[in-house]
Ligand binder design. Structure first.
Ligand SMILES: C[S@@+](CC[C@H](N)C(=O)[O-])C[C@H]1O[C@@H](n2cnc3c(N)ncnc32)[C@H](O)[C@@H]1O
Ligand SMILES: Nc1nc2[nH]cc(C(=O)O)c2c(=O)[nH]1
Ligand code: SF4
Ligand SMILES: [Mg+2]
Length: 234
């Protein structure tokens, strides 16, 4: 992402392109069902066929340019303890490491980063802090499988998650292979989630039963059942 800075006295502060910010319940992964405050950044390096947030990746998308202080102040004011950084792709935002460091000072806030699995997370993991990574493995039907950074499976731990968003039987088979090859179910939490409307969740359950997938969790995007699946800001 292009570098954007704002002057504050003599110092130059980083700003981030935020396309929406809102409070909801987290509809996905480890904190599904819990209140969360969402910060959604503009732009992505991938183009998944099924992406439900394509609008955030369009060149002309309207955004607010917020500093670290403004983002953290917003989160504090919500009084919500789970923060989800998403997008777009949060880890390609210029100076995102600075924002993560700023969140480290927020003792009672848990940060989750929804990342697409193509960005090497080593340098971000090394920053520490109360941050967990929810990494997608982009399955064949996304069209983006070749972009996966498999080295990430060396850094993840039980506080992180790997999510397989599956739209076909081929995707399920690939999920099974990758979980086994990298022993993901021993290292971290594993979620399987249907591409909304593309596959019957019952078929995912059947596949889990047939393949003895004991240590993975099926997860349906809760917000798409609670609100209109096209609704933004929920
Ligand atoms: C919109 S992405 C943004 C974060 C990051 N770019 C990524 O892909 O993880 C957030 C999550 O929504 C999931 N997602 C996107 N479109 C979806 C769809 N149509 N059905 C189910 N999950 C979807 C993605 O796979 C990802 O796990
Ligand atoms: N409610 C709700 N939960 C979510 N969890 C991850 C989301 C995302 O778009 O990354 C998301 C989202 O868009 N809405
Ligand atoms: S990586 Fe995430 S934001 Fe980017 S296109 Fe894929 S689902 Fe959408
Ligand atoms: Mg979403």
């Amino acid at each position: 992402m292009e570098n954007i800075h704002r002057e504050k006295g003599n110092t130059v502060v980083s700003t981030y392109r935020v396309v929406e910010r809102f409070i909801s319940i987290n509809g996905e992964a480890a904190r599904a069902g819990e209140l969360a405050v969402f910060i959604r950044f503009a732009g992505c390096n991938l183009d998944c066929g099924y992406c439900d947030t394509k609008w955030a990746n369009e060149a002309g998308v309207p955004y607010e340019e917020l500093t670290e202080d403004e983002i953290i102040d917003y989160v504090r004011r919500t009084k919500v303890k789970n923060v989800t950084l998403t997008g777009g792709e949060p880890l390609i935002q210029k100076d995102i490491d600075k924002l993560l460091l700023a969140f480290e000072l927020e003792d009672d806030v848990r940060v989750e980063i929804e990342t697409n699995g193509s960005v090497d997370i080593a340098e971000f993991k090394a920053l520490g802090g109360n941050v967990s990574y929810t990494l997608d493995y982009k399955c064949p039907s996304s069209g983006m499988e070749s972009e996966m950074c498999l080295a990430n499976y060396n850094y993840i731990d039980k506080n992180d998650s790997v999510k397989f968003v599956v739209g076909s039987q081929e995707d399920l088979e690939k999920c099974f292979e990758i979980v086994r090859e990298y022993a993901l179910d021993e290292k971290t939490r594993v979620f399987i989630s249907p591409v909304y409307g593309s596959i019957d969740p019952a078929d995912i359950v059947d596949f889990m039963i047939e393949n003895d997938m004991n240590d993975v969790k099926l997860q349906l995007q809760l917000h798409k059942f609670i609100w209109d699946p096209e609704e933004r800001g929920v």
